[in-house]
Structures are given as C-alpha cells and as structure tokens.
Write a protein that binds this ligand. Sequence first.
Ligand SMILES: *Cc1c(COP(=O)(O)O)cnc(C)c1O
Length: 452
Amino acid sequence: MKTIIEPFRIKVVEPLRMTTPEERERLLREAAFNVFNLRSRDVLIDLLTDSGTGAMSSLQWAGIMQGDESYAGAESFYRFRDRMQELTGFTHILPTHQGRASERILFELVGGQGKVIPNNNHFDTTRANIEHSGAEAVDLVVDQARDPRARHPFKGNMDVGKLEDLICRVGRERIPLCMVTVTNNAGGGQPVSLENLKAVRAVCDRHGIPLFLDACRFAENAYFIKRREPGQLHRSVREIVRDMFALADGATISAKKDGLVNIGGVLLLKDQELAQRADALLILTEGFVTYGGLAGRDLEAMAQGFEEVVHEDYLAYRIRSVEYLGEKLLALGYEIVEPPGGHAIYVNAGALCPHIPAPQFPGQALVCALYRGGGIRACEIGSVFAGSREPAGMELVRLAIPRRVYTQSHIDYVVEVCAELFERRRSFRGLRMVNAPPVLRHFTARFEEVLS
Ligand SMILES: *Cc1c(COP(=O)(O)O)cnc(C)c1O
C-alpha cells in the first residue's frame, strides 16, 4: 500500500522558531514547569489540543471575504443553515460561539437540581455545565474503555445495561435527556458504533427519554464506523453521518474540531417548544438567532468547513496520520491507549516512569521532557488534570494533532524526540505542585522539580 499523503498543498506558510536546549530550559523554569504558561512562539510543535488549532482551506478563506455582516437575516447564516440541514437532517439550527455555549443553553433549559444526565463519558466542559445547573453528570462507557490496551473497535460505546440500571434506579422523570459523545474525547477519542447508538436509542424510546449527541467529532466517528463496523464499508461517510444524526433528538457541536474552523459552535434541536426557549436564551447571551455570537465571516468558514470535513480523502489522511504516530510510539516501546483514537495519541506516562509516584505527576514529568527534548508541547491528562476531585485512574499525556497543520516530517521529528526520551526515561524527575488553584488547576498550577 502507498503512503496516505496529506491531501492538500501549502499556499500560506507560518514560520516556526527553533530554540536551543538552553533556551528551553530557561523558558520551562520561567513557566514554572507548566506548558500552559509558555508563549506559543517558544513552541516548535504544538500538540496541546486539536481544538480551534486547525488550518483553513483556500475556500474557507475566500468565504471569510464573503461574510455578510448584517445583524439579522445575513446570507452567511442561510448558507451555514442549509449546509448543516443537508448534513444532519435537522431544521432548527442555532450558531453559538463555541461548544460550551451550546451546552450552557441546553442545560439551563433541561438541567437543574435533582436531574441526572448520562453520557458515555462527559467532556469536562459538558460536565461542568451540567453540574453548574445543579444536575448530576454520570459516565456509562463500556468496561473495555478502562483497559488502555484492550483493542476493542468501539471503545467509546455506552454500556446499555448500565443505562437501563440508571433509569431503573433514579427514575425516568429525573433524566431529561441521554447524551452520547462521538468520538469519546474524555475516553481517548474512541468511536461509538452505529449499532450502539441504535441500542441506546431503543432504551431511550422505551422510557421516553430524548437522545442527544455531543457531536464535536461526528465525521471522525463516521469514518471509524465505515472502516470498522460490519456492513458499512461500501457506504459513504455522508450517509453514515445522516444515520447518526437521524437517531438523535438534538446535538451540541464545537465547530473548533470537525467544523475545521478556529471558533464556532452549533446547537441542533428537534423539539419545537425547546427550540423556542433556546432561541430566547441565545438572544439573551450570545446574539440574534442568525449570528449567535459570531461574525458573518465565521459562519461562512463554518459552512465550508462542515463540507470539507466529510471528504473521504481528508478523513483517510486524518485518521491515518494519528494512527501513524501511535504505531511508531508502540514500536519504540511506549504504552499508549489502544487502538489509536481519532484526534490524539494518549501515552501512558505511569507505565513509562514507574519511578515517579502519582503524587509527583509522572504525566507532567513527560510533558516537561517533551518540551526540553524537542520544543514539543503536550497536555497532561492525569493527576494534574483530574485535580483534587478524585484521583486519576491513569497518568496519561495527550499528543493532540491539529487538523491539516503538520506534515509527516513534523510527526517523524516528534517520533525521533520520543525515541531519545524513551532511552532517558529513568532520568525524568517528578514535580511538586507549589501553587494549586481550586478549580481547573491544570491551566495555572505552578510546579517545582523534585530533586532526588
Ligand atoms: C471541545 C469539546 C467541547 C467543548 O467545546 P468548546 O468549543 O471548547 O467550548 C465539548 N465536548 C467535546 C467532546 C469536546 O471535545
């Protein structure tokens, strides 16, 4: 088989700045060993997140110039709405400034004290918005998801037995809706099968509970369904996307992922009465229903991004490029969450650094080593990220791949740095948190190195 190449050529370039190991040592210390405190100009390969960090196409940039900035009834809105309608089948389509704004509106309407919202795994902003409304967020992912090395094809699936048990235990009246996140970001970017969505839908129907998708990575999920689910290979990603949305009564979307834009979100609703109340809240805090906290040009870029993301050459390249990094790291001896997910590789830093106990943050130690070793910025998803809420189950480091930004040689460079680090892994030092804010501490915590 030939190399799956980047299905684009480069028209505009953004220079990267090289740094020396001595510079990086100084910058890391000035940042108190927290890479969120680094300036992006001091980072060579930025794998902190895939959210809003993608590159837009020439047609998206052309759309930017066509943005209709009218307050009401802008042409850009209708282009965006028609695109989303064609893609998803939904007719009530609200633009928002990003995914969490859609979540905030939805849970202000259906959340509140005593309510319980199930999901495969709630993403952190979804959980935070649910809890902010007074409701409880419950994770019901299949057990295979807890074993990083279990090569289940759909590790993002919801356990329908656990869903039945939850409904039975708390009562149908306390569950205003059931969510499923595609792909399951908090669970390693793992996909959910069509069969599982249908099974969840059947349980919801039996109890009269609406089903919502957290559909940030709907196209990556649909591509996994095409490749991995029996009987789906001959179908187009567009058809599979339509099937996924047809099973849902609504969806929240961050367009910063599969919308291929730097800012934007969507809220999709079927129920007309709920939609009217959402319109009112949108106007109250985001903006009028035909722009929702965005400029007309942003809606143009979204309309085009939601078109390009279902192109199968793009998705083949996207999923392959993440898998490529995963295969190389496995070959070097790293333990990762398997199989590779759609948008990131999660390295098991606990297994890499058994000499660093969890309270000394082995994940953060690897994050520091990646920056020192090669100017690579990654994100700790372990005990720092989990905060004081509960101990983390695993000490992971996420290497998230921005869309259409880095080429294979950039990734090969990351692999070379990782190869060097693997040989030196026993020299990594643990960290002590010297300043810990009460919530979302990973963004602003300060550390010192533990000297042995
Ligand atoms: C990014 C993300 C969100 C929140 O979207 P923002 O645009 O960052 O507000 C919600 N759910 C999932 C699964 C996400 O990945």
